[in-house]
Design a protein around this ligand. Sequence first.
Ligand code: PEP
Ligand code: MG
Length: 325
Amino acid sequence: AQERYSSLRDQPAQAKCGNIISLHMNAGLMADLPSLQGSGAEGVGLFRTELQFLVRNKMPRRSELSALYTRVLDAAGDKPVVFRTLDIGSDKVLPYMKPNDEPNPALGWRAIRVGLDKPGVMRMQLQALIRAANGRPLTVMFPFVAQLEEFRAARKEVDKAMAREERLGHVLPSKLTVGAMLETPSLAFAPRQFFEEVEFLSVGGNDLKQFFFAADRENERVRRRYDTLNVSFLTFLEGIVARCNETNTALSFCGEDAGRPVEALCFAAIGFRSLSMRPASIGPVKSLLRRCNLEDVRTVIETAKAQGEMSVRAAVMDYVRAQHH
Ligand code: PEP
Ligand code: MG
């Protein structure tokens, strides 16, 4: 199988209907980057910057961060990298930060909430990213945005960092792209302005699903209780696709489910054109997409919904099994 996937490495993830899905990889450490060439990923769709903070025993300095991001961009070459700003709190607690005792950390002071309330670290990180880009394109993505105003405030921090770096005489990125993760259900219902102001959105399905079903992603007892291909969740995702289509907002999906072939197929069938996943999933996802017709899968999904199925999984699996290799 590994061989079959490597023969697909330079082939597009083009479905039988002609639609091409762009496949990116998730990363977070330097050790992940060699996979960028080997996996056939078009780029890094999610670079989890907190991992580099979590593996140390003290807060990195700006110069260290900037050197790290430079190495990431050098390794990526012409391939785009989406840097997600620090996503700490909840399950990711920095050993050198005072832990805050919260009754519900997943719903607590985390990610962009920390970044906006105590902007020191986020400012340092943005400066390090701008310096590392050093005239190359830079893409920044904010995690855990729950409403338009938070995105606006974060975007303002980026603009301030750009102005400051320019004053200091640093070369600015050739192109700056700023987007957000969609991982709280509230964002799917944000005003139209939100969809117009973000340059792209990436669904963080791990968090979005846990909040949608109110089922803790860390809790073994409930984390697999609700199927990602549950009709309610798919319908919710379809709504997000529709809103992004209305405003021409680039949309991708970067949660773990994007790396599961049947899930990836369903996301593509409901209109996602970009998926980001662990590198080892790119081959299997591409292989399945190339065997399927997304319009047919869409019909299978619609039929299962109309029949009142709880999940479309069984119907889509039947379709998949009927496709020839
Ligand atoms: C997600 O929530 O789906 C996501 C990609 O972010 P993380 O898994 O790092 O929370
Ligand atoms: Mg998340």
